[in-house]
Design a protein around this ligand. Structure first.
Ligand SMILES: [Mg+2]
Ligand SMILES: [Zn+2]
Length: 262
């Protein structure tokens, strides 16, 4: 890590802490990270439903464990238009989801089936009841809105981690903070010109580091001081930017702080 960069950062933190600070807007107080499923949690097989093809993406448990330790809860939002097209059934999706939840639970991640929101529709290629221009098909924000109603969430305080540009746009439409991970099939980048995530990182552990770094800053603004153990995580986030994973992420963090202050 560049020592100069770290020194500059610490100076900035200290200066910020000494200013008269406004608290972040009051929300539900719940810390929520929305997650896409295929390409974020499990390996994307294009049509992903076969149990024998189930595979957790490397680093997922590490990333989720860190977020959970910081007090975050998870909600999964997944488009399953293969159902709408008649390729697989809702039962196939449920079975696969059960496998995923089991695997996460086995590794200490607390999440239940109720926390998975599914859009089975396909507005263009769907058949029967599934051919529908619904509100839930990402990049529309319907699933986020339903979850917000169910759990009393302030979506502007939530994160959304996805692997496609349609995810980024969905998160944007829902007014969440968006993180793009590079563990999926990023095949729709040309379909969404001008759309960009708040942060783009290699994988879920790095996304978790960015979030924990932001949390440290948020806590600083709330309490007026830099709270351990998040300080170490900020450094981790900094190290990531230094390694060239995402040169924009640190800038984003500062911008985010100014957003909170508005
Ligand atoms: Mg995906
Ligand atoms: Zn839908």
């Amino acid at each position: 890590m560049s020592l100069k960069r770290l020194e500059r950062f610490i100076k900035w933190v200290t200066n910020s802490a000494n200013r008269k600070l406004q608290k972040p807007p009051k929300g539900s107080g719940k810390r929520i990270v929305f997650l896409d499923r295929d390409g974020v949690l499990n390996v994307d097989r294009h049509v992903t439903y076969r149990l024998e093809q189930f595979e957790l993406i490397a680093g997922v448990i590490e990333g989720l464990s860190l977020l959970q330790a910081l007090g975050f809860e998870f909600i999964i939002v997944t488009n399953q238009s293969a159902v709408g097209r008649g390729w697989i059934s809702e039962h196939d999706v449920d079975r696969f989801n059960q496998r995923l939840i089991y695997e996460l639970n086995q590794n200490g991640i607390e999440i239940t089936m109720e926390r998975i929101y599914i859009c089975p529709h396909d507005p263009i290629f769907g058949t029967g009841k599934y051919k529908k221009k619904c509100d839930c098909h990402k990049p529309r924000p319907g699933m986020f809105h339903t979850a917000a109603d169910d759990y009393g969430l302030e979506l502007t305080e939530c994160y959304y981690i996805g692997d496609k540009m349609s995810d980024v746009l969905a998160g944007f439409n829902a007014r969440c903070k968006t993180i793009l991970v590079e563990t999926g099939i990023l095949d729709d980048i040309h379909e969404y010109p001008g759309v960009s995530p708040d942060v783009r990182v290699k994988d879920l552990p790095k996304a978790a580091h960015i979030i924990s770094g932001e949390l440290a800053i948020e806590q600083m603004y709330t309490t007026g001081k830099f709270v351990a153990p998040f300080g170490a995580e900020i450094c981790a986030a900094l190290q990531l930017t230094h390694q060239g994973v995402n040169s924009a992420s640190f800038v984003y963090t500062r911008e985010q702080v100014s957003k909170w202050q508005r």
